[in-house]
Design a protein around this ligand. Structure first.
Ligand SMILES: Nc1nc2c(ncn2[C@@H]2O[C@H](COP(=O)(O)OP(=O)(O)OP(=O)(O)O)[C@@H](O)[C@H]2O)c(=O)[nH]1
Ligand SMILES: [Mg+2]
Length: 447
């Protein structure tokens, strides 16, 4: 795809530092260096690096490196020049001003990657992985993002698409030669088996991908319980900072308070919620509604009870709300006389006041192991990729039930082609401009 404008951006952070990189991409990229440094006509060739002094408006500015990439052999697929200057913000702003005066435009966030995608240098999964890699906070999310960047997830999708093509061929045979009743029957059985196999594969990828998306974003742990049981004290202890207000009056936390921490190389998002009870005010009621919602979104729930008190109606409501979840029951305030009727063997007993939460930390690690973080990198990442996988699962399920009901494969050919297009959409084939705006605007500037 040809873009009429040439774009530039500072690729490195906008701070004073050792070296800064300005990237220029587009038709005019190779015109710029001779305007600010001495070049001969035949110097302007891809794959070259030059060390030159640059002068702008008769002012000798800096000694820099020029790197030339001739399209399509560049990151964006266009002609690209990178200028490595000393990282002075003054030098950079003078270069930027000069580029603007010469008709270049500052790139939008993610615009280099977007051009790279539109010029078929990579598919959409690879483009998205760049941002994930840059933002990865743990070893595992780096590994997955790197694998995606290098095309692992793309080949996974391609394998699935190949099996669909084989299936379509099988169906065509069944439709084209209906007179061979016996062959038709064998064929239909085989189509159904292969469909089920495909569905099983995609379901597995979906499950692993959901877990990996949690690993990437951080496992969500919601701390819930009735007011004043010590939820915020637990959050502060785990985060090792006084993030939430702790106070001896019920109803202190009105809104969710969040913080991140690392355990065993994994990232966790800890969410402290408003105490669950019959609310005194509308604000509190809204807070409690949010708490209940957080229970549904969390990977792990820490439900907290005051061990020095008998179980109340509110405690029972909390127990009921979390009973089908990956829930850890915590009996807090174990420094006080025990009155609660929950059996110790079903719970973790701690005193958040003492700050020693080792038992709870161990239990969180144990629960995370149960979540079975996939060891392979055969996964997709993020909401967009996951929702398309889910869509393909739903379509396949419908197709299989159509065969079961009508005992014929004649009707499903089109629907299977639809599954093929859903998978293609994951790689970014046939996506519209609005969606691309949404995806690439999340990127960092200069990427
Ligand atoms: N004795 C004792 N007191 C504790 C312990 N943990 C917390 N507390 C006290 O219990 C009170 C309530 O603690 P918070 O952490 O604010 O409780 P919360 O569950 O967040 O309360 P809300 O935000 O109102 O729902 C405070 O006075 C804490 O100091 C503990 O292990 N032992
Ligand atoms: Mg609180």
């Amino acid at each position: 795809m040809k873009f009429s404008d040439t774009i530039y951006s500072l690729v490195t952070a906008p701070i004073n530092q050792n070296v800064a990189i300005v990237r220029i991409s587009g038709e005019k990229a190779f015109d710029i260096p001779p305007l600010i440094a001495k070049f001969k006509e035949d110097d302007l060739v891809g794959g070259r690096v030059y060390n030159k002094d640059i002068t702008i408006n008769n002012e000798l500015l800096d000694n820099v490196l020029f790197l030339f990439f001739k399209g399509p052999r560049s990151f964006t697929g266009e002609d690209v020049v990178e200028i490595q200057t000393h990282g002075s913000l003054f030098v950079i702003s003078k270069i930027a001003k000069f580029l603007e005066l010469n008709g270049l435009r500052q790139a939008e966030p993610g615009e280099f990657s977007r051009r790279s995608f539109l010029n078929d240098k990579m598919d959409l999964v690879q483009a998205e992985s760049i941002n994930n890699l840059i933002l990865s906070k743990t070893k595992k999310s780096q590994e997955v993002s790197s694998a995606q960047l290098l095309g692992k997830s793309s080949s996974l999708i391609n394998e699935l698409r190949d099996s669909i093509l084989t299936l379509i061929a099988e169906i065509e045979v069944a439709i084209d030669y209906p007179e061979f009743e016996e062959t038709k029957q064998t064929n239909e059985n085989s189509v159904k088996n292969n469909l089920e196999l495909l569905l099983k594969k995609i379901r597995k990828i979906y499950k692993d991908s959901s877990i990996m998306t949690s690993v990437n974003d951080g496992f969500k742990i919601a701390i819930v319980g009735k007011p004043n049981v010590g939820k915020s004290s637990i959050l502060n202890s785990l985060l090792r900072e006084d993030k939430a207000i702790v106070y001896d009056l019920p109803g202190t936390t009105r809104d969710v308070v969040e913080g991140e921490f690392y355990l065993d190389g994994l990232l966790y998002k800890l969410i402290d919620t408003a105490g669950i009870r019959k609310a005194d005010s509308k604000i509190e009621e809204l807070g409690i509604e949010k708490s209940l919602k957080k229970i549904n979104e969390a990977d792990i729930i820490v439900s907290v009870f005051d061990s020095s008190k008998k179980l109340s109606k509110e405690d029972k409501f909390v127990l009921d709300s979390v009973k089908d979840k990956n829930n850890i029951i915590v009996l807090n305030k174990k420094d006080l006389t025990r009155r609660i009727e929950i059996d110790s063997k079903d719970a973790i007993e701690i005193s958040a006041k003492s700050g020693n939460l080792d038992k709870l930390v161990k239990e969180i690690v144990k629960r995370t192991k149960k979540i079975n973080v996939p060891t392979s990198n055969d996964v997709l990442l993020g909401e967009r990729q996951l929702s398309l996988l889910e869509k393909s699962i739903n379509s396949l399920e419908e197709i299989i039930s159509t065969i079961d009901n009508s005992l014929s494969v004649d009707l499903i050919s089109e629907d299977i082609k639809e599954v093929y297009s859903i998978l293609s959409e994951i790689l970014g084939e046939k996506v519209d401009g609005n969606l691309l705006d949404k995806i690439f605007s999340k990127f960092c500037l200069g990427k």
